[in-house]
Write a new protein. Structure first.
Length: 265
């Protein structure tokens, strides 16, 4: 448990952060629990979750990137959107796994970690989902909502009884749209408009502890219509180094700030 930093966001919501910045979110119902994202896959996230609930745990990855899905290897079953399947060989190949190991293993040993098992994980335990999958946790429900902006297979997880939307990497204070398969800013804004139809008051993403209010959607929508006013800086991703990108920082009239990472071209 010393490997993970855990905070309790509410009575039903736990945030489990690994040393490399990935945040997994545990939602507990009366009969089952749901884990949104499984992390980078060094520390045993399944064992960590057992410290907070003895309920059966449904593991769901919001998308296929290494820092969100490699911890799925610690579960018998993990759910992912079917559209992620196409990009696993592109964004999750041995080349990028090697890069992750080069970056993070010097931070210190991880108890029980096997480099061989890390390279060998083939996602054969994934249950591929289509569209709006619903999970019954007893007294609350969790519904998968397509959020195909960061990646085509990205999903959010809506928990209506908690007025909460888990957004993965598709809606965040710093949202990356730098991949060739990412939506452009205009279509991202259209998606954010569509998301307003769902019942939630707050949002949690996978790389920030900030609780985003529903009004944050409007900040990003205004941002995409006013990119020229944003400050911009060169950005180089530590894992996907071949992508040339820039970070754009926007200061909204509401006082909120938001940022986008976009491909230079």
């Amino acid at each position: 448990m010393e490997y993970f930093k855990v905070t309790k966001a509410s009575e039903r919501v736990f945030r489990i952060k690994d040393p490399f910045g990935a945040i997994c979110t545990l939602i507990t119902g009366s009969e089952k629990a749901l884990l949104a994202d499984t992390g980078i896959g060094f520390g045993n996230i399944a064992r960590a979750v057992e410290n907070f609930t003895d309920l059966p745990v449904i593991a769901v990855n919001t998308h296929e990137h290494l820092d969100h899905s490699m911890g799925g290897r610690f579960f018998d079953r993990v759910y992912m959107d079917r559209r992620c399947r196409e990009y696993l060989p592109v964004r999750n190949c041995s080349r990028f796994r090697q890069r992750v190991l080069e970056l993070y293993m010097p931070k210190g040993p991880v108890p029980g970690f096997s480099e061989e098992e890390y390279y060998a994980y083939d996602y054969s335990n994934v249950c591929w989902t289509d569209g709006h999958e619903m999970f019954d946790l007893g007294d609350i429900r969790a519904e998968l909502i397509p959020l195909p902006s960061h990646t085509p297979g990205s999903v959010g997880i809506l928990i209506p009884e908690l007025d909460l939307l888990l957004t993965g990497d598709s809606i965040a204070p710093l949202t990356s749209l730098m991949f060739e398969e990412s939506l452009d800013p205009e279509k991202h804004a259209e998606l954010l408009e569509e998301i307003k139809q769902y019942p939630f008051d707050t949002m949690l993403c996978a790389h920030s502890e900030k609780i985003m209010e529903r009004s944050f959607l409007d900040v990003f929508i205004r941002f995409t219509g006013d990119l020229d006013s944003a400050e911009s800086y060169r950005y180089r991703d530590s894992i996907y180094q071949q992508i040339k990108a820039r970070t754009y920082i926007y200061h909204d009239i509401s006082g909120e700030s938001a940022a986008l990472i976009l491909r230079q071209e």
